[in-house]
Design a protein around this ligand. Structure first.
Ligand code: CO8
Length: 255
């Protein structure tokens, strides 16, 4: 299998394991990724981490060799399958973290952008180089990149196809952290920071933040009030507030 799903304590870890092709996303790998996401959704994990095998690449993008000489209908079906896969990751029930060592190009960066967080090693290189192939991003890059870095920067990156070094990616908000050494170790440390929190509370909070970008302020505030009201109804809210008042650690049940 080129996609491995393993446990790292309370977390799930998906590893793209095709280092001879810099973990490029063949259609078979996309299918395996969908299956791994389906399986991991039932594991009761507190976070999902995604990385690439080897230090050279997180993922060098869609498998260019597979994309040649296909009909319009085949390309459309491939694009939709990729978008569906990344949408499943985007909506995954627990937060996800891309641990980026090495290259994250094209579909590889689109995969990382579908995660809740991105942690990169200082040597990571990121970009959407599709335009250099006479193509354009098609696995969500034109939609998720502007949401992360703003329209002007997204247009610049998509139209030049240039490579970003990790510090610049951090400065523009494309990645959450840049670390010396292994990005996976840092991603695990980030997951530890929220793994004890109520999944229910985090789920409501994620929905509220995600609605911010597509809404007028007044609508977004109404959504926030709706979701926060629901959060108050959970057992975890009672437990969290009682624990504070009782000067003890909370024991959340995720409901
Ligand atoms: N697809 C297929 N094979 C790849 C890919 C890729 N994206 N990237 C690297 N490989 C292969 C190489 O062909 C090579 O294999 P081989 O040894 O058999 O020739 C092996 O991996 C190692 O690669 P390099 O020798 O090129 O390694 P370098 O260190 O010299 O260069 C780079 C590394 C800079 C990352 C270089 O490999 C590169 O530029 N790769 C392509 C990056 C790219 O353009 N990615 C975007 C792809 S398009 C895309 O993602 C669109 C998504 C949406 C479209 C979906 C349509 C259905």
């Amino acid at each position: 299998m080129a996609v491995e799903l393993t446990r790292e304590g309370p977390f799930g870890l998906i590893t793209l394991n095709r280092p001879e092709a810099l973990n490029a996303l063949s259609f078979e790998i996309l299918q395996e990724l969908r299956e791994a996401l389906d399986e991991a959704a039932h594991w009761g994990i507190r976070a999902l981490l995604i990385t690439g095998a080897g230090a050279k690449a997180f993922c060098a993008g869609a498998d260019i060799k597979e994309l040649q000489n296909r009909s319009l209908a085949e390309q459309r079906a491939g694009l939709e399958a990729g978008q569906r896969t990344f949408a499943r990751l985007d909506g995954f029930p627990v937060p996800s973290i891309a641990a980026i060592n090495g290259y994250a190009f094209g579909g590889g960066l689109e995969l990382a952008m579908a995660c809740t967080f991105r942690v990169a090693s200082a040597q990571a290189k990121l970009g959407l180089p599709e335009v250099k192939l006479g193509l354009m991003p098609g696995y969500g890059g034109t939609q998720r990149l502007p949401r992360l870095v703003g329209q002007a920067r997204a247009l610049e990156l998509v139209l030049t196809g240039r490579t970003l070094l990790a510090p610049e990616a951090l400065a523009m908000g494309l990645v959450n952290q840049v670390v010396e050494g292994d990005a996976l170790a840092a991603a695990l440390a980030l997951a530890e920071q929220f793994s004890g929190h109520s999944l229910a509370a985090m789920g409501f909070a994620r929905q509220a933040v995600e609605r911010a970008l597509g809404s007028h302020l007044a609508d977004g505030l109404r959504s926030e009030a709706d979701l926060a009201s629901l959060a108050f109804q959970t057992e975890d809210a009672n437990e969290g507030m009682a624990a504070f008042v009782g000067k003890r650690a909370p024991h959340f049940k995720d409901c």
